[in-house]
Write a protein that binds this ligand. Structure first.
Ligand SMILES: Cc1cc2nc3c(=O)[nH]c(=O)nc-3n(C[C@H](O)[C@H](O)[C@H](O)COP(=O)(O)OP(=O)(O)OC[C@H]3O[C@@H](n4cnc5c(N)ncnc54)[C@H](O)[C@@H]3O)c2cc1C
Ligand SMILES: C[S@@+](CC[C@H](N)C(=O)[O-])C[C@H]1O[C@@H](n2cnc3c(N)ncnc32)[C@H](O)[C@@H]1O
Length: 599
């Protein structure tokens, strides 16, 4: 699709147009796009600035914007940049192209290190410690804009020339641009074509011509009428200090909100998020169903999320990276093959392996092949929830009621005592959601899960293996020993007496050991040296709850058996909904996750 000229200039293999000219790409961006939206002046008093771009291409506009915004924006400000790109450039070519603009080296390196897999859909990246968010919509402009939301402050229209690339400038595309704009939104484009100017005026922009860059006589700046600026909550309560609450705190504080993390327990991780190990690996369905696409997007995001925490010094990963999902029977093998075809991930994200390769990768004898996920691995929930909690004030309280008070919400505990008053509240209480006001409308169930701790095995796996159950690599157990986590059982909590569900059950250990012997017969199976029981919050349609409940209340829950996979991306979604920013999932998936779907 893209060809690189001898001088390093990228040229489209389809339209023959240049992405930017080597002679003046950076200056052109500054003149046409930044100048066209009134930057840098427009940034001086803006705590949040949202850019939308049509045609991300090489990312040059993004990199220049980021660089210049950083020096002009006030302390603590955030840049939210969304861009559509139909033909994402392979990372190696991108590296070659961006090497021709050495003055942007620092930003370019960060972009290259995070460049997502080139599969359709939405990809969310973070830079500069979370101050800069980049949301890439890989797909056709019209389709992707229809699936997007947000209040964009400034647009860069940078398709190829309208005569050769009409779909980027169609009235339907420009109508979406209008729909996604904040009041007073500005717009800049290199094209001064009459048809473009007329279409922009038709959707409500006031359009003016400016002097063009280089040999081009004119370019265009446009603006929408001003309106009231949107406000968003300053102080948010997050109820529940598990992975959902922790991921929310990170997402909300990155957007400048003060968070209070409230839990009935003394510290984070008292619920399902308190196991000593959690596997990060997706289980994709045969086709691109809503839940499959949510899992897929969540996995790609979670890989970056946990690596970011690790880079900040958290002890996130335990044992070797990678994970094997064993094809334990024909049905599973067929599901895996169809998932590989449906999701189209490259080999360095997911690939088939035969028993020999599986054995070599896991360091144990594996008799069946399966799917290998090179980025997967074993997470340390305690290290993660402790690290995420750092950005919030922690408050121990058992929340019972929430009342609307003035412009916010007043929370009270079981004894009617005040817990606090907050501008907004996010319910992230795991199975505790069912008892919170409003929680009865969601078809949630508590599902009991037991795990067993095994002492260090002579020949244990280096990376986690799943086979219906799972066996972790060597980790630090809460007992103080090195050992493995063997998982997990599933049982309805309401079929068990109240006083019993928390007790470890011998029959559960037997069941997990039998499953292990059946699928990894070469492994010695000593008796467990401990274990843990907790409750998953599962929901009838297995799709989490993420979004707005009512005015000022939001929920992130129903995460079932994959909370460490889905919570990071879904917390971004909820935070974006609170602030009215572009969200990191397509509209049909946002709808599938909508907590109001059971109303
Ligand atoms: C055995 C088992 C194994 C699992 N393995 C994996 C795995 O390998 N990978 C993976 O991704 N997922 C795994 N999961 C699923 C994962 O653990 C959950 O999806 C996830 O922990 C849910 O996180 P959460 O924050 O929504 O809920 P929780 O971690 O349960 O947190 C909810 C918190 O809310 C608090 N709370 C509840 N009600 C109130 C109230 N009224 N007031 C104040 N505080 C309240 C609780 O004290 C608790 O701390 C496993 C689950 C189980 C049970
Ligand atoms: C001029 S280039 C963009 C240059 C880019 N802004 C930069 O800084 O490098 C135009 C881009 O629009 C993309 N594009 C063209 N038609 C598209 C469509 N219908 N949907 C989405 N992207 C499209 C092209 O793939 C190309 O990357």
């Amino acid at each position: 699709m893209i060809e690189i000229g001898t001088d390093g200039t990228p040229v489209s293999g389809v339209s023959g147009d240049v992405y930017f000219s080597k002679a003046g790409g950076v200056d052109e961006t500054r003149h046409v796009f930044l100048g066209g939206i009134g930057a840098p002046d427009v940034w001086h008093d803006r705590q949040t600035f949202r850019v939308g771009e049509l045609g991300f291409g090489t990312g040059l506009n993004f990199l220049v914007t980021w660089r210049d915004w950083k020096t002009a924006a006030p302390a603590g400000a955030q840049l939210d940049y969304m861009a559509v790109e139909g033909y994402p450039i392979p990372v190696d070519q991108l590296r070659t192209i961006l090497a021709t603009v050495p003055e942007l080296n620092a930003e370019a390196e960060a972009l290259l290190a995070n460049w997502p897999v080139r599969v359709g859909g939405v990809h969310r990246l973070h830079f500069d410690g979370g101050r800069v968010r980049l949301t890439l919509f890989f797909g056709d402009a019209e389709e992707m804009l229809k699936a997007a939301s947000g209040n964009v402050d400034a647009w860069f229209l940078d398709g190829f020339a309208p005569a050769r690339n009409p779909d980027m400038w169609s009235p339907a595309v420009l109508a979406e641009v209008r729909r996604l704009s904040a009041p007073g939104a500005r717009l800049a484009t290199f094209s001064a074509a009459g048809a473009v100017r007329r279409s922009l005026a038709d959707v409500g922009f006031e359009v003016s011509k400016r002097g063009g860059f280089g040999r081009k006589r004119d370019c265009v700046a446009a603006m929408l009428p001003e309106g009231p600026a949107a406000r968003y909550p300053a102080h948010v309560a997050v109820i529940g200090a598990g992975i959902a609450g922790g991921a929310l705190v990170r997402a909300l504080s990155a957007r400048g909100m003060a968070c209070t993390l409230i839990d009935r327990a003394e510290g984070p991780g008292a619920g399902a998020s308190g196991n000593p190990a959690a596997l990060l690996a997706p289980r994709l369905p045969r086709g691109r169903t809503a839940i499959g696409r949510i899992m897929a997007a969540s996995y790609l995001y979670a890989l970056r999320f946990y690596d970011e925490l690790a880079a900040e010094g958290a002890d996130v990963w335990q044992g070797a990276r990678g994970g094997l999902a064993m094809a334990r029977n024909d049905d599973e093998a067929e599901r895996q093959s169809r998932a590989v075809a449906a999701f189209g991930w490259p080999d360095d994200v997911m690939r088939h392996v035969d028993p020999d390769e599986a054995s070599a990768l896991c360091g144990i004898q594996v008799d069946k092949g399966g799917l290998w996920f090179p980025g997967a691995g074993t997470l340390s929930p305690p290290a993660i929830t402790a690290h995420l909690g750092r950005d919030a004030k922690y408050l121990q309280a058992d929340v019972d009621t929430a009342e609307k008070a003035n412009a916010g919400w007043l929370l009270r505990d079981q004894d009617g005592g005040d817990v606090g008053c907050f501008d907004a509240v996010v319910l992230a209480a795991g199975v505790g959601l069912m008892a919170l006001p409003g929680g009865e409308k969601w078809p949630l169930r508590a599902n009991r899960g037991q795990i067993a701790y095994l002492p260090a095995l002579r020949s244990g796996p280096a990376a986690p293996v799943t086979y219906g159950g799972y066996l972790s690599p060597l980790i630090d157990l809460p007992t103080g020993q090195h050992g493995h986590v063997l998982g997990a059982t599933y049982a309805r909590r309401d079929e068990m007496p109240d006083e019993d569900w928390e007790k470890l059950r011998g029959v559960d250990d037997v069941h997990m050991l039998e499953l292990l012997r059946a699928h990894l017969p070469g492994i010695e199976t000593p008796g467990p040296c401990g274990g843990r029981v907790s409750l998953r919050a599962t929901i009838r349609d297995y799709i989490p709850l993420a979004g707005r409940v009512d005015d000022g209340r939001y929920v992130l829950g129903g995460l079932g058996s994959r909370g460490f996979l889905t919570a990071p991306l879904l917390a971004e979604l909820v935070a974006d909904q609170i602030t009215g920013s572009p969200v990191p999932l397509e509209a049909d998936l946002v709808k599938a996750l909508d907590p109001a779907r059971f109303n």
